[in-house]
Design a protein around this ligand. Sequence first.
Ligand SMILES: Cc1cc2nc3c(=O)[nH]c(=O)nc-3n(C[C@H](O)[C@H](O)[C@H](O)COP(=O)(O)OP(=O)(O)OC[C@H]3O[C@@H](n4cnc5c(N)ncnc54)[C@H](O)[C@@H]3O)c2cc1C
Length: 540
Amino acid sequence: MSAADGDGVERSPSPRADVCIVGTGVAGALVGHRLAEAGRSVVFLEAGEWFDPASRIERMEFAIRPDTPDTRVWDMGGKRDRYSTSGTLDYPLNNARVKGVGGTTLHWQGNTPRFHEVDFELASEHGLGVDWPISYADLSPYYTTAEAELGVAGSAGDEGPPREADYPLPAFPKRYSDGLLVEACERLGISTRDAPQARNSEPYDGRSPCIGFSTCLPVCPSGAKYSADVTVRKAEAAGARVIDRARVVGLEHDDDGAIVAARYVTPDGVEHRQEARHFVLAAGAVETPRLLLLSASDAYPDGLANSSGTVGRYLMEHPVVGTVGRTDGPLDPEPIGFLTTTSEAFYGYERGPGSFVLEFRSDPPSVLDSALGGDAIGDVRQPAVWGDDLVAGDFTNREVSVNAQVEMLPRAENRVTLDHSRTDDLGNPVPDVSLSLSDHEYEAFEFAFEVQADILSEMGATPVRRTDPDTPAWAHHLMGTARMGTDPDESVVDASLRTHDHPNLSVVGASVFPTGAAANPVLTISALALRAAEDIDAGL
Ligand SMILES: Cc1cc2nc3c(=O)[nH]c(=O)nc-3n(C[C@H](O)[C@H](O)[C@H](O)COP(=O)(O)OP(=O)(O)OC[C@H]3O[C@@H](n4cnc5c(N)ncnc54)[C@H](O)[C@@H]3O)c2cc1C
């Protein structure tokens, strides 16, 4: 069935709803679930489809074939998902998102650290970026609820910001090689922690514990890894309606600037209007600004919510650089597919020029990857090795890597715009992603390489390869394109995530982050979404 086919599913609009939510990723799902539980009528409009959970085994089998592109597993790409990229670095957008019920969490890795206190006050503390209009203390209770919703496994270690409750699930045991790295870090005075994971270490929320398929990214066949379709199902059970394969192409406003309807197109090509009292944009950090820009009208020629001119600007990501070490002895690596240990010792600016999180990775590269010149560890390329050299190299048993996920500062020129020279299958301009790095990030890369080499050497491994800093990998954490702030001239949404220009339009997701931190975004996306849901409910 192609995206243009009708499939007999009823997708006409509901009567005017309390809330219409665009997007069913973790941000939209949590808002919709909360509001449906509060008795509000909720309609989700989702561009992608419901993926049958039973299809996950097949998707996994497909994913582990060597020549499967990342985008194929969850049907990304094609005319619907066209984009362009214009920064100094190419950005592989379709690897960084999934369009379907559950959104990008269908594909994600599941790391769920909290942001640190300093992330909310980077300008005040270090003269970098901007401060958030809320503090860590404002978000802390919502972090606790988010950890319970997602089912986070972890242990309160000596790193990370203060917590008021234990993690809902115990941390996963460390792998053998992580133990070696941790001992090396201890000798160097570098603190480490068990990586918090939204992945069941024991049965939780009706889902199984992790049973070790090791294909978490891009697909967890057992359902042990949290994905937001879980929350969407709960929202449905509480009365919400989900209209899948419903692409929103514009928002309509009245003469007072209130949003009155979302226009969406169904697979049969028919355009509909969903009316609601309140609208929530939860379409991810690229499609959210795109939709605001696409909704330009005579009254708002630069797009909705854009009186500040900042819609689409301050795009951030997490570039990743890594070093591979070779050991003399065997590491007996376990291919578990996720992290067990990280270090936040270089989070903040006390020890170096840039903030980063160290990730210890030891999933063994497959023999095929080694032979073809690739490497399953951190995407560090190596020369192709064949035949006797391949066997003698024992790559699957003697290589370990330390990666650094680096904070990127917000800069206005990094942005999402509309590319009017290319259109998608509905004739709308595609998003253009323009992303470049600055000296700040490059200095952090160099420092991270030094730290990585020190740790590997201390554990008895010889550093043999490192990533090219000019083409860093991306963590696929898009952030910052509808930033939060108190000043309507500088930001798109206020501290409650309502747009300054249209009080009945909220934005949730990493779009609203004023700064991107060095930690993964989903737990902060979730905490903010839960907080915004309370504000929306109170205002209805
Ligand atoms: C490979 C990979 C690994 C990752 N690992 C981690 C990790 O370990 N930890 C972490 O914190 N983060 C991770 N991330 C990032 C994380 O998954 C995302 O930041 C997060 O899921 C975004 O959530 P969201 O709800 O804001 O947006 P999304 O999940 O992208 O959801 C947006 C939804 O909106 C829908 N939509 C878009 N446009 C429209 C439209 N016009 N009309 C209707 N619907 C629309 C989309 O179809 C989609 O379902 C990873 C991402 C990738 C790709």
